[in-house]
Design a binder for this molecule. Structure first.
Ligand code: ZN
Length: 562
């Protein structure tokens, strides 16, 4: 009898415990740890926030705190994947993998195995997610979900694994373009409208769906997602086509972006802070202020069809009567580069390497007689096919640098062509970013997506259809390829107190390792990115202590620059 009662008591104690635990979990659902909000300022150049912070009061509050005592980590030099194109960059940023591993290798590319062109240009497609799905590539949101946590995204093209994703529709872009036409006389989305509505959508679902907005999730699910991403596209749009006034003033891209940060982004940050304070969660938030690529003022526009014009005489290009499979060469529109895919004209199979002397040399010769190409080109690289092609030359890397300037002065016979094929390391002579450019090229493509000839333009020279375009990106130069990250917000001090400047180069590939680290999720295996935050040594004495008030005397961790 006593035994029975003991058992019953034990059971009810257990039940009460379970109930208690559940109650605690429900109460704590909102603050089981820090909440991360990633604000991606698409196309924001390195240092724009830092250099103009005094004129950006709301950024100042978010980073320094209203008492100027908040902790933060500043990463002034964060490398994008190469080249800095929106689509491959954001895919790499939210997967922690190089484009060659995500399969999203460019904004537009040719797939030799299917002879089809892949384009991911439009903002409301699912194609990136489908490619990641088919290749079994995980995103930040997959890792967050596997750890039992929740995530939401707003306007982000990469959202595989996210619990709630707000996406735009044709209506949204239609409105944005009409407004752009009214305000700026051009059928191009109005950047202010885009960013304003994106933030509204994130907070309350305006125009888009309420239940997937932060308000909706708070109301229906009584929780705040652990990771929230808001992609603000406006900086990119505005830098491509600034207002007429800025163009008239001959403004630098730094001036253009400063103008946008002051007049559009800063007020939006103010709205975000007020909303989160009202929702009672501001103090738990760690903000990541990130960017996927930088920007360059266009010095010279080169007609986008220049390369097509050069090859058309001797290579059959896709056209009204020729499909890709029948064509001899396929040329992809680029920004700072042109990718030329060549078919082996003997076997007529796109997956066979083209003959080095039979197919590649004739194409190179045609390109080099074009004065426009000579004028805009910095470097030409040529694809290697190790173990697949035996043209009397050893192939053991992915690319050669073609020494086209020496070749121009040579007799241009087969021997001269082979002599001009130099090791890829020669790129370091032509690019300030040296090894980074070499590695970037090696990590960009898959076997099916690699072109045979790649032209890389001089700085500020862009292939373009619209000669009114003011700024561009996607080059191999620092303005496009280096951005800055901030990790800040009131929630950071509990994990990383103090103010830290990490001035050794980091990568956009490091975002996933950094976010998972702050959320206490084990580092996902096999990523190309690393976690630069582990280099910050927090001394126990500093825990809970207010951070030094003056930026000048902040703790700085200068790891070795490589
Ligand atoms: Zn862009």
């Amino acid at each position: 009898m006593a035994h029975f009662w003991l058992k019953k008591l034990a059971l009810s104690v257990l039940a009460v415990l379970i109930l208690l635990m559940l109650a605690v979990r429900v109460v704590n659902a909102g603050d089981a740890g820090p909440k991360v909000i990633i604000i991606e300022f698409h196309g924001l150049k390195r240092g724009i926030i830092k250099n103009n912070l005094e004129e950006l009061p709301h950024f100042q509050e978010l980073i320094n705190g209203s008492q100027n005592k908040q902790s933060y980590v500043y990463l002034p030099e964060v490398f994008t994947t190469i080249p800095g194109g929106s689509v491959p960059d954001i895919t790499s940023m939210y997967t922690g993998l190089y484009p060659g591993r995500t399969g999203v290798v460019s904004t537009i590319w040719f797939d030799r195995s299917t002879a089809r062109i892949h384009t991911l240009i439009s903002y409301f497609q699912q194609r990136i997610n489908r490619i990641l799905e088919s290749r079994g590539v995980k995103t930040l949101f997959d890792y967050v979900g596997e750890a039992g946590k929740h995530s939401m995204t707003s306007m982000l093209m990469v959202n595989k694994g996210a619990d709630w994703s707000l996406k735009s529709g044709a209506f949204f872009w239609g409105n944005a373009s009409s407004l752009g036409f009214l305000r700026n006389g051009r059928w191009f989305p109005d950047s202010h409208y885009i960013d304003d509505r994106t933030l509204s959508a994130f907070l309350t679902g305006h125009v888009l769906s309420y239940s997937k907005s932060l308000s909706g999730v708070l109301q229906y699910r009584h929780m705040i997602p652990d990771v929230m991403v808001v992609e603000l596209l406006g900086t990119d749009l505005f830098s491509h086509f600034p207002t007429r006034d800025l163009v008239k003033q001959n403004a630098s891209i730094d001036d253009v972006q400063k103008y946008y940060a002051k007049n559009v982004l800063d007020p939006l940050i103010g709205r975000l802070i007020s909303f989160l304070k009202e929702a009672g969660c501001y103090n738990d938030i760690i903000f990541f202020l990130v960017s996927d690529h930088g920007f360059t003022r266009i010095n010279k526009h080169i007609r986008d069809d220049t390369v097509n014009g050069s090859l058309r005489g001797q290579f059959k290009l896709p056209g009204l009567e020729t499909d890709n499979r029948q064509a001899d060469a396929v040329i992809m529109p680029g920004a700072c580069t042109k990718e030329i895919y060549l078919k082996n004209r003997q076997t007529r199979n796109w997956m066979d390497p083209p003959g080095l002397l039979a197919d590649v040399k004739p194409a190179v010769d045609l390109l080099l007689v074009n004065a426009d190409i000579q004028d805009c080109m910095n470097t030409m690289v040529i694809r290697q096919y190790p173990g697949e092609r035996y043209n009397g030359l050893e192939e053991n890397d992915q690319w050669w640098v073609f020494d086209w300037r020496t070749y121009q002065t040579d007799v241009k016979d087969d021997a001269a062509f082979l002599r001009a094929l130099q090791p890829l390391s020669m790129l370091e002579k032509s690019f300030e970013l040296k090894e980074y450019v070499v590695q970037g090229l090696r990590k960009q493509y898959t076997k099916e997506t690699a072109p045979d000839i790649k032209l890389i333009n001089k700085e500020g020279f862009y292939f373009e259809r619209d000669f009114d375009k003011y700024g561009h990106h996607g080059s191999y130069y620092p303005d496009d390829s280096i951005v800055s990250f901030w990790v800040a917000g009131p929630g950071l001090a509990r994990i990383l107190p103090g103010r830290h400047l990490l001035d050794s180069p980091a990568s956009i590939l490091d975002l996933v390792p950094m976010v998972t680290y702050l959320l206490g999720i084990p580092l996902p295996e096999g990523l190309d990115g690393e976690n630069p935050l582990v280099s910050i040594q927090v001394k126990p004495a500093e825990f809970g202590a207010a951070a030094p008030a003056d930026v000048g005397c902040c703790m700085q961790y200068h790891t070795t620059t490589n």
